[in-house]
Design a protein around this ligand. Structure first.
Ligand code: SER
Length: 319
C-alpha cells in the first residue's frame, strides 16, 4: 500500500482524520497538508506535513510524486456561510482545488475521497427522508460547488478511471478543532458556551431541523467507504449518510440533562437561517447501509455525553 495525502488537514475534519489514519496505517504513511502553517505543537498531528495550496497543480503533483501517494482525502474547502460571503473565493477553492486534485489523481493513479454535503440539496429537494437520487438545485454557492463536484467525481470515475468515492456529510459535531464558517456550527458552539457560561444564543430558529453526526462516526464512514468492495458500490460518490436529526431546542434539552441550568435563547441570523431552510430535515441513507454496511454508533444522548466529558477536560466555567 502507498501513502495517503490529506488536504485541509488543519480543518474541522482533517484535524481528526489525520490522527485516525495514522493510528490505523502508521504515522509516516499519512502526509498532512494545509495552506496554513503548523503551529508550534504541529496542530496535534505529529508526522509528515507539506505546506500545500491545492489550487496549484504543480504543487499537488510534486507532493504526490515525492511521497508516493496512492490515496487522497481532499478536505480543503470553504464552508457554506463563509462561501456566501466570498462566492468567488469559494468557487476557486472548492472547484479549482478539486479539479487539480482529480487531475493529479488521474495522472498518478490515486484513489480519491471527496466530502460532499447536505448542502448539495436545495429548496426543491424533498425535505423529509431525502432519497439518495433526487432533485439537487441548491441555492448557495457552496451547494453549487458540491453538486458540480459530485458530478465531476462521477465523470472522472466513469470516463477517466479514477477510483473516486464520496459522502454527503451532514453537520459534524466535534471538540478537537472548531468548525468555522458553516451553517451547522451552532451544534458545536453550543457545547463550548454551555460549559463556559451555561448560556447560548443561537443563530438558527429553535425548530430548524438538520441532519447531524458525531465526528468519530464521520471519520469511520470515510475510511470504511474507501475500504469498501468496489463491486458492491452502485453509487460510489456522494452517499447520503446521517446519524441524527437535530433542532437547537432538541440539542439544548439533551445538554440540560447534564447541565441543568443551561439556557438557550435565539437571535436568528437571516442569512444562515435561509441556508438551513434550503437543506433537508432528514436524509435517507439506506443506499450507504446496503452498499457498504454503513451504520452510525453515536445517537444524540451518547454524542452529548462524550462532547461534554471531553470539553470539560479543556474548558472551565467562566464563573
Ligand atoms: N456543515 C456544513 C456547513 O454548515 C455543511 O456541509 O456549511
Amino acid at each position: 500500500m502507498g501513502n495517503i495525502l490529506v488536504t485541509g488537514a488543519f480543518g474541522q475534519i482533517g484535524s481528526e482524520l489525520v490522527p485516525e489514519l495514522r493510528r490505523r496505517f502508521g504515522a509516516e504513511t499519512v502526509i498532512a497538508s494545509d495552506i496554513r502553517r503548523p503551529t508550534a505543537d504541529g496542530n496535534g498531528t505529529a508526522g509528515p506535513f507539506e505546506h500545500l495550496d491545492c489550487t496549484k497543480l504543480r504543487q499537488v503533483q510534486e507532493v504526490v510524486r515525492r511521497h508516493g501517494i496512492t490515496t487522497i482525502y481532499h478536505m480543503a474547502a470553504l464552508l457554506s456561510a463563509v462561501a456566501e460571503e466570498k462566492p468567488q473565493a469559494a468557487w476557486d477553492l472548492n472547484m479549482g482545488g478539486l479539479y487539480r486534485v482529480l487531475e493529479v489523481a488521474r495522472e498518478y493513479r490515486c484513489r480519491l475521497f471527496f466530502p460532499s454535503s447536505i448542502g448539495a440539496f436545495g429548496p426543491t429537494t424533498p425535505p423529509d427522508h431525502t432519497p439518495q437520487d433526487t432533485i439537487q438545485r441548491p441555492t448557495t454557492i457552496y451547494g453549487v460547488t458540491k453538486v458540480a463536484a459530485e458530478l465531476l467525481c462521477d465523470y472522472y470515475a466513469a470516463r477517466l478511471g479514477v477510483d473516486a468515492r464520496g459522502l454527503r456529510l451532514p453537520g459534524l459535531i466535534s471538540y478537537s478543532a472548531p468548525a468555522g464558517g458553516g451553517t451547522t456550527d451552532y451544534a458545536v458552539d453550543i457545547f463550548y458556551q454551555a460549559i463556559r457560561y451555561r448560556h447560548y444564543t443561537c443563530f438558527l430558529r429553535p425548530d430548524s431541523c438538520l441532519d447531524m453526526m458525531y465526528m468519530p462516526d464521520a471519520i469511520r464512514a470515510m475510511i470504511e467507504l474507501m475500504a469498501a468492495d468496489p463491486g458492491r458500490l452502485k453509487h460510489r460518490n456522494a452517499f447520503n449518510v446521517t446519524a441524527m436529526q437535530l433542532t437547537p431546542e432538541r440539542l439544548a434539552a439533551a445538554i440540560r440533562r447534564h447541565i441543568p441550568g443551561f439556557v438557550i435563547d435565539y437571535e436568528v441570523d437571516p442569512e444562515r437561517q435561509a441556508i438551513a431552510d434550503s437543506w433537508p430535515n432528514s436524509i435517507d441513507d439506506s443506499a450507504a447501509r446496503s452498499e457498504w454496511d454503513w451504520a452510525p454508533r453515536y445517537d444524540l444522548a451518547a454524542m452529548t455525553k462524550d462532547m461534554l466529558d471531553n470539553l470539560a477536560k479543556r474548558l472551565r466555567p467562566a464563573n
